[in-house]
Design a protein around this ligand. Structure first.
Ligand SMILES: [Fe+2]
Length: 254
């Protein structure tokens, strides 16, 4: 996990930011290239305003949590993933029959954060990255309302099965994982295949957008239960953060 530090002492770490920065400068060769980044003041201000404003407190930020730069964030699974181009095509096809507002609470920005959460988890859980990506796009894709719609997951699963072999092709065992993950994703289950559990956690970690904060016991993978992971996902969720992919899909609709 990577963090960006605040001007305030880092609570819980017992060290002041300036002392930590000094120690890093003295030992810079010991840190990997992507271990940290230094923001300019406009970038810092922009992040506070746009991404994690909800973490602000009394005019100052608390600990500012980031997951690092945008770009290649999934070092061990990127070769298994669908490309953004393929995902955009799939999303646009899904949206042709989407009954709700694409910018709504179960829409494209949510799909993007679920995908990002899931891929970050997949780095640790061994989940099938392609299933995780498709879960993000399909699980809420056939909602008929933003409230109680208990069969929407099953409808999303059926759509995925119907589209398999077109813009994407999953092996039958992987398709079954995807269908199961979509169909059962609202039932609060915590047991199952690692790929399925990763999908469910990816979705639950984005609940803070509707003021629901997942308790670790309700999550089903070890990395998702980490306090930092929950906090970082929550910051993006509350701020309605748009991943680059989600923004590109939305832009393509206009
Ligand atoms: Fe969802």
């Amino acid at each position: 996990m990577r963090r960006l530090l605040t001007r305030r002492p880092m609570s819980g770490y017992g060290v002041e930011t300036k002392a930590l920065n000094r120690a890093i400068r003295r030992n810079i060769e010991r840190f990997q290239e992507d271990f940290m980044l230094k923001l300019t003041r406009p970038e810092y201000t922009g992040i506070l305003r746009c991404q994690i404003g909800t973490l602000r407190h009394g005019g100052h930020s608390k600990v500012v949590l980031l997951w690092g730069r945008s770009g290649a964030k999934y070092p061990t699974i990127s070769s298994e993933m669908f490309t953004d181009d393929t995902l955009k095509k799939i999303a646009r096809e899904i949206l042709k029959g989407y009954a709700l507002e694409p910018r709504g609470i179960h829409g494209v920005a949510h799909w993007g954060r679920v995908m990002d959460n899931g891929l970050r988890l997949a780095e640790f859980t061994g989940a099938n990255a392609r299933v995780v990506q498709l879960f993000a796009l399909f699980h809420d894709s056939r909602r008929l309302n933003d409230d109680h719609d208990p069969l929407h997951g099953a409808r999303g699963a059926e759509l995925a099965a119907a589209m398999n072999g077109g813009l994407f092709t999953l092996a039958s065992t992987d398709l079954e994982l995807l269908r199961y993950a979509c169909t059962r994703h609202t039932e609060g289950l915590t047991e199952g295949d690692a790929t399925v559990r990763t999908c469910w956690d990816a979705d639950r970690l984005d609940l803070p957008r509707v003021s629901v904060f997942p308790k670790p016991a309700r999550l089903c993978t070890a990395p998702a239960r980490e306090k930092d992971f929950i906090a970082q996902a929550a910051a993006r969720s509350e701020a309605d953060f748009h991943t680059a992919l989600a923004q590109a899909i939305i832009d393509s609709l206009e």
